[in-house]
Design a protein. Structure first.
Length: 386
């Protein structure tokens, strides 16, 4: 009996030692690598990022900007395009988040992705202009797809043959949103942007011009439509942003275009408490809150998906940039999920065709400059709020 107990004890010890020496699971490895990049990932994100791992590492990579991979907006829309292509074609893929908002941290994340086996790296956001400019020279065999940015040395654009820059006509998406809001019947509007980067500014400028166009068509008088306009200086969900939105609603604002990643979550909470409405941004945010009446979208998923497809087809458009407009179906409103009562699909289609044909032109940030109050309007009065 003592011999049998001894044998069983030795067997248990052996199993324990074997377990301790086993390699970590793929998910653990992904979390470990992520922490080296300064990444704070959710469990769901870790699983998505580590799916399909192989001995060669992760072939496709995305590096987030100041937002997060689950921001229900810019970063998530870009990731979903990469994830969709990789999943459909059984390609290893992963995302990384820089440890901080600096060129050095972005470059560290790129280095980590390349070390991890990346052949193509998607970088959403303005933070990557300098880092990708450095990385495209450092890693000539790696392809880079920048979203809302292009590689720059100082203020000079320099897109190498292994880089491709994708931009969007956000002013068109903003125009659609502002026009629809006024046609729906809202006259006291708000625009709450995140940081005043070009993409956010273009959304806002288009919003003002769309609202003015609709107000003119309705025969409204000067000042009948008013817009409070601000940039909160971040892309965060915060008590401060929620308080600001709540104060606007309390002052009579009926509809706020929340244009700043997670800032939208704060605005939605304020809208729910005030029984007011929100316009989402970048992707269809209707599922985030019943207060979202529509979203000014960019076709992030498809544009990232298509750029990756071109890479694998041997047609990577290196050395170029593209601005996706209504003519490319690059921007729009998700009418299927929008909660309009007065603004119809027929109204939308007619307006969209006018954007595609060029019969409606919209002044963007380059034409207007830094001050929203410099936009020429006939009906809308804009007040810039600190």
């Amino acid at each position: 009996m003592r011999k049998l107990a001894s044998v069983l004890l030795m067997s248990a010890v052996a199993v324990s030692l074997l377990s301790a020496c086993a390699k970590p699971t793929t998910e653990t490895q992904a979390s470990s690598d992520a922490s080296q990049a300064g990444e704070s990932v959710s469990d769901a994100g870790s699983e998505a990022a580590s799916e399909g791992t192989s001995a060669s590492g992760y072939e496709l990579a995305l590096i987030t900007d100041v937002g997060t991979i689950d921001d229900k907006s810019f970063n998530q829309g870009s990731w979903e395009g990469l994830d969709k292509y990789a999943t459909e074609h059984n390609i290893t893929h992963k995302y990384y988040k820089p440890a901080e908002k600096s060129d050095a941290a972005c470059i560290d994340a790129i280095d980590l992705a390349v070390k991890g086996g990346a052949k193509l790296i998607v970088t959403p956001g303005f933070l990557f202009e300098g880092p990708v400019h450095e990385a495209q020279a450092k890693y000539p065999d790696v392809k880079f797809v920048t979203i809302d940015a292009e590689p720059k040395s100082g203020d000079t654009a320099d897109i190498a043959q292994n880089s491709h820059a994708i931009f969007y006509a956000e002013e068109q998406a903003g125009y659609l949103a502002g026009y629809a809001a006024v046609k729906e019947g809202y006259k006291s509007l708000g625009f709450m942007g995140g940081i005043a980067v070009p993409a956010v500014v273009r959304f806002g400028y288009g919003y003002v011009q769309g609202a003015d166009a609709a107000a003119k068509e309705l025969g409204l008088a000067k000042g009948d439509v008013k817009i409070k306009y601000t940039y909160v200086g971040n892309f965060d969900a915060s008590p401060e942003n929620q308080t600001k939105a709540a104060s606007w609603y309390n002052e009579g604002v009926e509809c706020i275009f929340a244009c700043g990643g997670a800032v939208g979550n704060s605005v939605m909470k304020a809208a729910e408490a005030a029984d007011k409405v929100v316009i989402g941004v970048d992707v269809d945010q209707s599922v985030e809150s019943p207060t979202v009446i529509t979203s000014a979208t960019k076709n992030l998923q498809d544009s990232v998906y298509n750029a990756i497809a071109e890479f694998y087809e041997g047609k990577f458009p290196g050395g170029t940039k593209v601005i996706l407009t209504a003519s490319d179906l690059g921007v729009g409103l998700p009418m299927e999920s929008s909660k309009f009562k007065n603004f119809t699909k027929e109204d939308y289609d007619k307006l969209y065709e006018s954007l595609k044909s060029g019969s409606v032109t919209i002044a963007n940030d380059e034409a207007v400059g830094d001050n929203v109050t410099d936009i020429s309007t006939e009906v809308v009065e804009v007040s810039s709020v600190e």
